[in-house]
Structures are given as structure tokens and as C-alpha cells.
Design a protein. Structure first.
Ligand code: GLY
Length: 296
């Protein structure tokens, strides 16, 4: 996150927090709160989600999202969708109105359309900033003689900005949602961690609600969201478990990323092993937002 994007990120997560809080304040469900929060960030071109996402190798936006209900373990996920402005809305429809959990590509778009969600053109999701970013990246990759130019732990600039939310409602239920455009210059059809249960997102009232951001391949291999929830179920606090997850990611696979965690008692954990990650949280007593350090 370059210096000149810091304010936009703080602004974006604060807006998302407000949208989620509005749901909770009127007694709404955690599931609705995380959906509304993530929609705000999908609509905000600052982030790698929805319009303004990183482009894949073909210059297209290809989106993944998951939403999960900690009370029932119901979940809905979409992968590699190209014509949905808000993939989390389609994921929510899958959770609520389908016996299945996961739809990909055209099948996911068809499911969304059949359930009242308008499809857009892929070009509607592409912005000039990202066209230029891809052009510069591919030019540099060509110079290195490697058109795949896979992300590495040294390159935290090409797999960031996935968005996520966790929430606890008055009924004591928790939920999580995660949405992403994935990594810059990814191969078409590449799916990241974000829409996979237990990798980029997880919620279970018996443990925690978790959302991750960062380089998806290592996060997937470690099933990191579930790994973190298991630490909490074993009696550890979210703050410690979030930090441990980031240590594990770095030590085991040299991965980079960030994580937000919430347990049904309302304890939170926020951690990242990248230089920056935008976060914001609110409780009945306190509201905070930040970008650089881990929060309590
Ligand atoms: N964490 C987003 C991705 O790697 O797709």
C-alpha cells in the first residue's frame, strides 16, 4: 500500500465498519452485517475486490468470495466470476437459497442471475489504474524472461487488498465474509484462498469468525482460517491466535498476509506480517481504525 493510498484505505474500512454496524445496531444478524460491510469495500475501487480489482493475465477481472454463518455453518462461495459487481451478494444467495455451497465461473453467474442479481460486463469492473498496473507488471516480467512472474514472499505488492469482515450480533452469533480479485497477473481460472472454507474465511460459533488477506497459495496450503479458529477453540484468545497465524504463515511457507479474528465472547485479533494492513473495529464501548500496527 503506497503512502498516497493510506487515507483511502482508512476511509474505506471505516465506511465498511459503519455499514456493518448499522445492521448490528438495529438488532440485525452478524451474517447481514458482514455482507453489507464487504459490499461497501467491493464498491470501493481502493481495494482488490469488485470493480478496481487486479487484472488477470488476460486483462480481465476475475473475482472470488465466501460468506459463512457461525451459528449453522451454512456457507456460500463463488469463484472466478467475471460479471458480478458484488460477488459477496451472490455468495449470500448461495448460502440462503441453495443446497450447495460453492459455484464457479459461468455457473455462478447463471445462479446469481436466476436469483435476481444483475450481471454486468467484465469491462465495467476494469479501471484505468489497473490496466496500467498490469501493463507495467507484464513489461517488467517480460524483461525477466518470465511471463508468469509468480508472486514471492519478497513481493508483497501483487497479492494484497483482499477485503473481509467479521461480526458478532446480539443473539451471540458470529459470521465472516471475504472477497477478492486475487493476485495481479494471475492465470485465468486461478482460484485463491479467499473463497475456500477454512482458508480465506471461516465462522463457527464454537470457535471464531476469521477472514484473511494476502498471498493466497500459502494461506490455502495451511488452511489458515480454520487453523486459527482451532487455536481459539482450544482456549486461546483471538489476539494471540491471530499473531500466531501470521508467525506460522511466515515460518512454515514464507507467506505474507493479514488476518482478522472475532470470538463469540467479543474478543478480537488483528495481525499482519506485511508492512501495512487497513483495519477498523467497533464495539458498544469503543471504535478504532488503523493501518500499521496490530490492534489489541
Ligand atoms: N488472498 C487473495 C488471493 O490470493 O487470491
Amino acid at each position: 500500500m503506497p503512502d498516497d493510498m493510506v487515507d483511502a484505505h482508512i476511509h474505506g474500512v471505516t465506511n465498511a465498519l459503519a455499514a456493518g454496524w448499522r445492521v448490528l445496531e438495529r438488532g440485525g444478524a452478524a451474517l447481514d452485517a458482514v455482507e453489507e460491510a464487504v459490499v461497501i469495500m467491493e464498491d470501493d475501487e481502493t481495494f482488490d475486490a469488485g470493480r478496481g480489482s487486479f487484472l488477470n493475465r488476460d486483462g480481465k477481472v476475475q473475482l472470488d468470495a465466501l460468506i459463512m454463518d457461525g451459528a449453522t455453518l451454512r456457507a456460500g462461495g463463488v469463484g472466478c466470476v467475471e460479471r458480478l459487481r458484488n460477488p459477496v451478494r451472490a455468495a449470500r444467495k448461495i448460502l440462503s437459497e441453495s443446497p450447495h455451497v460453492y459455484f464457479v465461473a459461468e455457473g455462478a453467474e447463471r445462479f446469481a442471475a436466476e436469483h435476481g442479481i444483475a450481471l454486468c460486463k467484465n469491462e465495467d469492473l476494469v479501471i484505468p489504474r489497473e490496466v496500467e498496473r498490469l501493463r507495467a507488471y507484464q513489461a517488467e516480467a517480460a524483461q525477466h524472461g518470465n511471463d508468469l512472474f509468480a508472486p514471492s514472499s519478497d513481493d508483497v505488492t501483487i497479492s494484497h487488498d483482499t477485503v473481509g469482515a467479521v461480526a458478532l450480533d446480539r443473539a451471540g452469533n458470529i459470521a465472516a465474509a471475504t472477497s477478492t480479485g486475487g493476485t495481479l497477473n494471475k492465470a485465468p481460472g486461478r482460484l485463491g484462498d479467499s473463497s475456500l472454507i477454512g482458508c480465506g474465511c471461516y465462522a463457527n460459533n464454537e470457535s471464531a469468525a476469521v477472514s484473511t488477506t494476502g498471498w493466497g497459495e500459502p494461506i490455502m496450503k495451511l488452511v489458515l482460517a480454520k487453523w486459527t479458529a482451532d487455536r481459539i477453540q482450544a482456549g486461546n484468545l483471538p489476539e494471540w491466535s491471530a499473531q500466531e497465524a501470521m508467525n506460522y504463515l511466515k515460518q512454515r511457507l514464507d507467506g505474507h498476509g493479514g488476518i482478522i479474528v472475532l470470538n463469540p465472547e467479543g474478543h478480537i485479533g488483528i495481525a499482519h506480517n506485511t508492512p501495512r494492513m487497513a483495519w477498523a473495529y467497533k464495539t458498544v464501548r469503543k471504535q478504532e481504525a488503523g493501518i500499521e500496527k496490530s490492534a489489541p
